[in-house]
Design a protein around this ligand. Structure first.
Ligand SMILES: NC(=O)c1ccc[n+]([C@@H]2O[C@H](COP(=O)([O-])OP(=O)(O)OC[C@H]3O[C@@H](n4cnc5c(N)ncnc54)[C@H](O)[C@@H]3O)[C@@H](O)[C@H]2O)c1
Length: 443
């Protein structure tokens, strides 16, 4: 098939590249001329494991092309994928400006009947609104909803082995064309769930909000563990052993971040408000997430006392491992809180340091090597569970960190990846999130 994807962000680039790997001819279009030029010069604008190799292979084969517009013969494509951003408005709703701009472009361009496949995360009713916008096109264009579920850091695997493919289509012809498109991804069994566009749109928000709720619930429980001297590891294991609950996504931490959960939880709340159906749990997930960020900062203050003049090292600046995405990253929020209280920040991340500096826009010292971020700092906070942070040399960490007002340096393990005993043995104070033990207090 001949396919066009709009948007070469995390979703569009993975989708376009994956579809070309399956043998289709794909044009990836973006309004960001720099991103397109970088791609045409062999650079990949995002860090996603395995993506660079796939792009190069398919570019060489001639099946994958990047451009800022849609020249012939791509105006006779079979499908147009919409994978542009839907950032939050000031009220928390999804901003659909880019989606509608793409719809208008497709209406102008398309010379052959085609499907318009909306992969962007959009509120219920958006596909219908796009369909209405396409009225009067030169050719028949049917809009289908196909929300994206990739996980950054595992996006290639998720593309080729999806848990499910949600397709909200109205006509048999659209369903058949999409079944054909996705059949190579279903060799292990049926993955497609066919539904209508509105239900499909809601499935995406419902899924992300359910996951966010699990995280927020565990984060609230972690605070209760601190208050009651219970241990979140034990609570998680005990809860997760119930097959109705399951073990995954039950980790307490610094709060959820990234380009999806925060905005999608808020967009679901906004959608509820628009329809007079309060989404109380979505509101609560968001509030608990904000509170967890404050709790994290309070743990540091309890451990270090007044933060004025203190230096704090952050390991892990991306919102999760194996990505360079820092949108809504807990590290950004924490750094802002700590800087506001007069602390100095040093930081390290294997991939996201540049994006972090750009997004934070405040002075921090970024180091190439993770241990160098520790020199002269009073505390180390690990915020992202990159593999390279999992088995550090705690004696080396102790040697580089400074005592704080007569107390040993503080290690705050915001992902609960280290054993407290390994840390304390090296002469450091340890604090996890909801793990047993009193919060270390500054003298
Ligand atoms: N990132 C994820 O993990 C993820 C996962 C699932 C779903 N989603 C959803 O997918 C959508 C895209 O997310 P993303 O993270 O890839 O966004 P992104 O911000 O990384 O990329 C969006 C791209 O769209 C481009 N764009 C904007 N207007 C355009 C236009 N008119 N024509 C062509 N390109 C245009 C931008 O320049 C940008 O490169 C969002 O709705 C998001 O919620 C994202």
């Amino acid at each position: 098939m001949r396919l066009v994807t709009f948007g070469v962000g995390y979703v569009g680039l993975v989708t376009g590249t994956g579809l070309s790997e399956l043998g289709h001819e794909v044009l990836c279009v973006d309004v960001d001329a720099k991103k397109v030029a970088d791609l045409n010069n062999g650079a990949v604008p995002i860090y996603e494991p395995g993506l660079g190799d796939l792009i190069r292979r398919n570019e060489r084969s001639g099946r994958l092309i990047f451009a800022t517009d849609v020249p012939a013969p791509w105006d006779e494509s079979d499908m147009y994928f919409v994978a542009v951003g839907t950032p939050p408005t000031a009220e928390g709703a999804a901003d659909l400006t880019a989606v509608f701009a793409v719809a208008d472009a497709i209406k102008r361009i398309a010379k052959k009947p085609a499907l318009v496949v909306v992969k962007s995360t959009v509120p219920v009713g958006t596909c219908d609104a796009v369909q209405a916008r396409l009225a009067g096109s030169k050719v028949s264009l049917e809009v289908v909803s196909n929300p994206e579920f990739l996980k950054e850091g595992a996006a290639i695997e998720d593309f080729f082995r999806p848990d499910r493919i949600i397709l909200g289509a109205r006509s048999d012809a659209a369903r058949e064309a999409l079944r054909t498109l996705y059949s190579p991804l279903q060799l292990l069994g049926e993955r497609v769930v066919f539904t209508d566009p509105r239900s499909s749109e809601l499935i995406k928000y419902a899924s992300n909000t359910m996951l966010a709720l699990r995280i927020s619930f565990m984060n609230e429980l972690s605070q209760l563990c601190h208050a009651t001297n219970a241990d979140i590891h034990a609570v998680r294991m005990g809860m997760g052993a119930d097959s109705r609950i399951g073990r995954r996504f039950l980790y307490a931490g610094p709060g959820y971040g990234g380009s999806c959960f925060p905005k999608d939880v808020q967009a679901l709340s906004a959608l509820g408000r628009a329809h007079n159906v309060p989404m109380r749990l979505a509101e609560a997930a968001h509030e608990a997430n904000e509170a967890q960020g404050e709790f994290l900062a309070s743990l540091i203050e309890r451990g270090l006392g007044n933060l004025k003049g203190k230096t704090i090292a952050l390991w892990g600046l991306a919102f999760k491992p194996e990505t360079d995405d820092v949108r809504e990253s807990p590290a950004i929020k924490l750094a802002n809180r700590l800087l506001d209280k007069g602390a100095t920040i040093t930081g390290h991340d294997p991939e996201a340091a540049d994006n972090f500096e750009k997004m934070l826009g405040r002075p921090v010292r970024i180091t190439q090597k993770n241990y160098d971020a520790l020199d002269g700092a009073h505390a180390l906070i690990v915020l992202t569970e990159w593999r390279s942070y999992r088995a550090p040399n705690f004696a080396d960490i102790r040697a580089r960190l400074k005592d704080s007002d007569g107390s040993a340096p503080l290690v705050l393990d915001a992902r609960n990846i280290w054993r407290a005993s390994d840390v304390t043995k090296a002469g450091l104070r340890y604090q996890g999130i909801g793990v047993r033990g009193a919060v270390p207090t500054a003298p």
